[in-house]
Design a protein around this ligand. Structure first.
Ligand SMILES: Nc1ncnc2c1ncn2[C@@H]1O[C@H](COP(=O)(O)OP(=O)(O)OP(=O)(O)O)[C@@H](O)[C@H]1O
Length: 330
């Protein structure tokens, strides 16, 4: 059995919108539009999409905060809303904008309280806390009231709080939003370590694609509440035709642009001393060999395709049958 299952999961909101100077009309906003997805134990899934795509709404349905309008979700075999209390013992949730810590208490006391809330055996609690203290460098601010923590420190506290009861699934909504480079690295390193251990399933929404590149082998992209891509980052690159580039620095300048089979020349820079080729079917070795016969090579480098660029292209591509987000209500 998959640890997360969604079958035709759908969520609509009824909103009132202005329709003229004094009139207001009811409209239905389709936030999640029939998602079918399975996540297996130990997977690390990046769940991304443009603003308003339906990411947070999906996570809220999976964590029992929101009731689906239609379809069905199961997390750890449980129905999130109907079995919310049981589910809470088996999942951890970190929502970047919200806190599960006690504002006036030092972190250490929040952690102690959580042990009682979740009825965690003292030995398990102590072992998990020791691990988090080491990996997330908590010791410096363990005795500081949460209200005095910086965002990065608080986020490290939130991650710890979400893990102390040993959840099987961890849902993270924008865990690195607003963090400085060092805190981001700490959080990513910690999550990567958690993923490597293999017993926690991770679902992560983020607008920071470096999070995804660092952490997730599987990428689910949603737009207008529908899945528009489900697969690896490499699959995304090949689907959108993004290829690696080879940049060759030459000692001299060629009189004619070189033609290399399987590696078209995409641009010439530095007054002809730098040539950039796209690797279509040729290998780097073939490009080097082909160029070596024509000019003296000073340096060669490979540029990986830029994920930001691919994702931007994906967001701009209209999904098949993508309807308007707002439909008149009934
Ligand atoms: N409580 C609500 N009432 C009405 N509309 C809502 C509600 N919550 C979300 N929506 C709408 O549902 C759509 C999806 O919102 P959601 O917050 O799930 O998107 P998101 O992908 O998480 O976006 P972001 O990246 O901006 O956080 C949006 O059009 C949003 O305005």
């Amino acid at each position: 059995m998959s640890v997360i299952e969604m079958n035709g999961l759908r969520k609509e909101f009824t909103v009132r919108v202005r329709a003229g100077r004094l009139r207001r009309e009811k409209r239905t906003v389709t936030a999640v539009d029939g998602i079918d997805l399975r996540v297996e134990r130990g997977e690390m899934v990046g769940y991304i999409g443009p603003n308003g795509a339906g990411k947070s709404t999906t996570l809220k349905m999976l964590t029992g905060v929101l009731m689906p309008s239609a379809g069905d979700a199961r997390v750890c075999g449980l129905r999130p809303v109907a079995e919310r209390t049981r589910l809470a013992l088996r999942i951890g949730v970190v929502f970047g904008q919200r806190s599960q810590l006690w504002w006036d208490l030092p972190l250490r006391d929040s952690f102690a309280l959580l042990r009682h809330v979740y009825r965690v055996p003292p030995g398990d609690h102590a072992a998990r806390l020791t691990r988090c203290r080491g990996l997330l460098d908590l010791d410096e601010f363990l005795d500081t009231p949460v209200r005095q923590l910086s965002l990065g420190q608080r986020m490290r506290g939130e991650l710890t709080a979400a893990l102390l009861h040993g959840p099987e699934v961890l849902f993270l909504d924008e865990p690195t939003i607003g963090l400085d480079v060092v805190s981001k690295q700490a959080v990513r390193g910690f999550l990567a370590e958690l993923g490597r251990a293999g017993d926690t399933t991770l679902v992560l929404t983020t607008h920071d694609l470096a999070d995804i590149e660092r952490l997730c082998r599987r990428l689910v992209v949603i737009d207008h509440g529908r899945v528009v891509h489900d697969g690896s980052i490499a699959a995304l690159h090949s689907r959108y035709g993004s290829r690696r580039l080879v940049v060759a620095e030459l000692d001299g300048v060629l009189t004619e642009p070189p033609t290399l089979p399987g590696a078209p020349l995409v641009r010439v820079e530095a007054d002809g001393h730098r040539l950039v080729f796209e690797l279509e079917s040729a290998t780097v070795a073939q490009v080097v060999a082909g160029l070596g016969g024509l000019a003296s090579l000073r340096d060669i480098s490979i540029v990986e395709p830029d994920i930001e660029e691919v994702i931007a292209r994906l967001y701009r591509t209209p999904a098949e049958g993508k309807g308007p987000l707002l439909t008149p209500g009934v």
